[in-house]
Design a protein around this ligand. Structure first.
Ligand code: PHE
Length: 432
């Protein structure tokens, strides 16, 4: 379960949650996001766990076991989405590695320079250096997979998750003393109800829930297959989903308290956490040490997420193409790197290419994956769980049997989730 939580907790909780919440009005977004986690995230996560544990197979095989022959390739959609996500995820993981190196090796004097945060923009705009960090992030993940030490990496979560949680908690407590703390609290917890009339907020919240838990890509099916038969799945799904949300809220607290303390813009986009956090560390005693620890933990958290994304693809290629583990991990890692290059260059030399609507290439890839591919996969997953898998079998696999909770789960995956996903997807198509 800690391994599943380790896959769930990553850049999505710190980098993505903070900027998406910032762009979508804070409190109202948080509310819709939590609703999506409970109504859509938990039931689908439970379904993925159940699918994995009962079939004891990786996702494409697990899905194929349930489906008639001509639908058997549906599992491919999840794999394709994981390819897309891994490609740009590695770019951000590269930023984290760069920061880690800076905090570890720069002089404290430089790190407390307030101009440090803006230097970030200059860093990501360079054509070559960010690519090197991105490549390093991918190579680390490939090394873990080719050596077959995923289980070892996942065991690191035993230490990593509590430590990262405590560090975030410590930072959140520290931010109480900041001048912008109350404003940050208001922004994150006081919903501006007018925001709820904007349809894109629902899509953003839904996408964030999928991304942050790591749903609809088959990753959680794999973790389900490791869960012991005496583990009660509903409790596992609830703890992983809520634990993941808690990490995001803590990170959000730290980020938004700082945003208002330093007079920054909460809606400035994907760079938010990377611009704000250095300000926090620059303005605290021992900031260089705390900053090093923070970026080290975040880098490991990103790594465990990347490993689980690459593992799904590797397992797929081994099974379907008969490739060796080494070959699969190397080729797929190479593919992720190549696909991620435009995402990185989009912050500099290619910034003109996708600047329609003020979005860069990475942003567009993220939008495509998180607001289109994942909800679509989620819709298919819900239909698979609710309509294709015989209800009795599904409930049994979910440890729900036939009680009230079981009926609720069936009702959610059969009607509520497909309807919600279809509506949110339709509204995103309409709004372009
Ligand atoms: N959930 C991870 C995060 O929040 C990203 C991820 C997505 C990992 C999908 C695995 C699968 O950073």
């Amino acid at each position: 379960m800690l391994a599943a939580l380790g896959s769930a907790v990553g850049l999505g909780n710190v980098w993505r949650f903070s900027y998406v919440a910032g762009e979508n009005g804070g409190g109202a977004f948080l509310l819709v996001y939590l609703l999506m986690v409970l109504l859509v995230g938990v039931p689908l996560l439970l379904g993925e766990f159940a699918l994995g544990r009962s079939t004891q197979a990786e996702s494409s095989t697990a899905i194929a076991k349930l489906l008639p022959v001509r639908w058997r390739h549906l599992g491919l959609l999840g794999v394709l989405s994981s390819v897309m996500v891994l490609a740009y995820y590695a770019v951000i993981a590269g930023w984290v590695l760069k920061y880690l190196a800076l905090y570890l090796f720069s002089s404290t004097h430089r790190l407390s320079d307030p101009g440090f945060a803006t230097a970030f923009e200059a860093h990501i705009a360079q054509p070559v250096e960010p690519l090197i960090w991105q490549l390093m992030a991918i190579l680390l993940a490939v090394a873990v997979i080719t050596r077959g030490v995923e289980k070892g990496i996942e065991r690191i979560n035993l230490v990593l998750m509590p430590t990262l949680g405590l560090l975030l908690l410590g930072l959140a407590i520290h931010s109480v003393s900041q001048p912008g703390f109350m404003q940050g609290i208001h922004f994150l917890f006081q919903p501006d109800w007018r925001v709820l009339t904007r349809p894109e907020v629902y899509l953003a919240a839904l996408g964030q829930a999928f991304f942050s838990i790591g749903l609809a890509m088959g990753v959680m099916v794999a973790y389900g297959s490791y869960l012991p038969s005496n583990q009660r799945l509903p409790g596992a799904a609830l703890s992983v989903a809520l634990g993941d949300a808690l990490f995001a809220i803590l990170a959000g607290l730290v980020v938004f308290a700082a945003v208002f303390s330093f007079g920054l813009d909460p809606a400035q986009g994907p760079g938010l956490a990377f611009v704000v956090l250095p300000e926090v560390f620059a303005n605290m005693t021992g900031g260089a040490i705390v900053g090093s620890a923070f970026f080290l933990l975040l880098a490991i958290a990103a790594m465990t997420s990347m490993v689980s994304l690459l593992e799904v693809q590797t397992a797929f290629a081994m099974k379907k193409l008969g490739w060796s583990r080494q070959r699969a991990a190397l080729v797929l890692g190479g593919l992720a790197f190549v696909l991620g290059v435009p995402a990185s260059l989009g912050f500099g030399v290619w910034s003109e290419v996708a600047s329609t609507g003020g979005r860069g290439i990475l942003d567009l890839m993220d939008l495509l994956a998180v607001e289109l591919m994942l909800p679509l996969n989620g819709l298919l997953l819900a239909l698979l769980l609710g309509w294709v898998w015989p209800g009795k079998e599904a409930l049994q696999a979910c440890d729900l049997h036939t009680g009230r909770l079981g009926q609720l789960w069936l009702f959610l995956v059969r009607y509520v989730i497909p309807l919600m996903l279809a509506m949110v997807l339709a509204s995103s198509m309409v709004s372009g």
